[in-house]
Design a protein around this ligand. Sequence first.
Ligand SMILES: [Zn+2]
Length: 316
Amino acid sequence: MGTTTFTRKSLGLETVEPALTPTPTDKATTLPKKPRLSTGKSKKRDIPEGLWTKCPKCQAMVFDKELDENLKVCPKCGHHFPIGSRERIHSLVETCTFEEMDAKMTSVDVLNFNGVDTYASKLEAHQKKTALKEAVVTGICKIGDERAALGVMDFSFLGGSMGSVVGEKLTRLIERATEKELPVIIISSSGGARMYEGMFSLMQMAKTAAALAYHAQQRLPFISVLTHPTTAGVMASYASLGDLILAEPGAMIGFAGPRVIKDTTQAELPMGFQTAEFLLDRGLIDAIVQRTEMKQQLIEYLNFLSVRKKAAAAAS
Ligand SMILES: [Zn+2]
């Protein structure tokens, strides 16, 4: 009782505000929301949509055109935004040299998968959304002076998951490279095997790895580029089999997610243990390459590897 009277008194002392104080107590929950909503709206009105993107790392507002010109890398802090397979191919290959393979190959719902959505409807929705047929684009191209077999995954298509078409397209690419004596470059970005296809997706791990083994037997180089994120079945197969393994800065790379590992091992995990930087320190990957420097670096690696191959052929 004593305390309530005291507070009433103290409120009463602020004679300027009595008319205002009852309202916030009555509508304490609704009032703070209103100004927040209104300020949010007015901010949106100030910045036209689709012109600016907020960088999740440094919070800077980056002009979309500037971001596109910089290959979706934040010009302020170097954060690497996701990039589509078409844009990436465009950033790497010489103009008009990309000859796409198996462009029309599409997945089939062999298991008649039915969950929240059917696999068939998911496929259709992603094909419409991304204008891609599948989660990987493959083809033969020229990078610098070197011809190469290039496969680029696209995370926006069903999380870049590897189903039978992704596995088949990559296997055909690797086999074509073996036949034509070309180096293979695969740029990965994937959540792993496509569970809608069950075992059919898992066997792609063995299939792609076997094709790479035949490619390696011919002493042909394979450069694997890991981008954010490269995990699970893809990381456990071709992505980790590169003669050279490169990664983009800050990319998440691993097999199982951190929570699963923590629950299984019951151990505290070191900070950032699934990042490209952590894995570079421990020797799992060979180099971290900025996206804006990727083409130049690939040209240098390809030149180096082809010179070595030519020298070996001359010596034998
Ligand atoms: Zn930034």
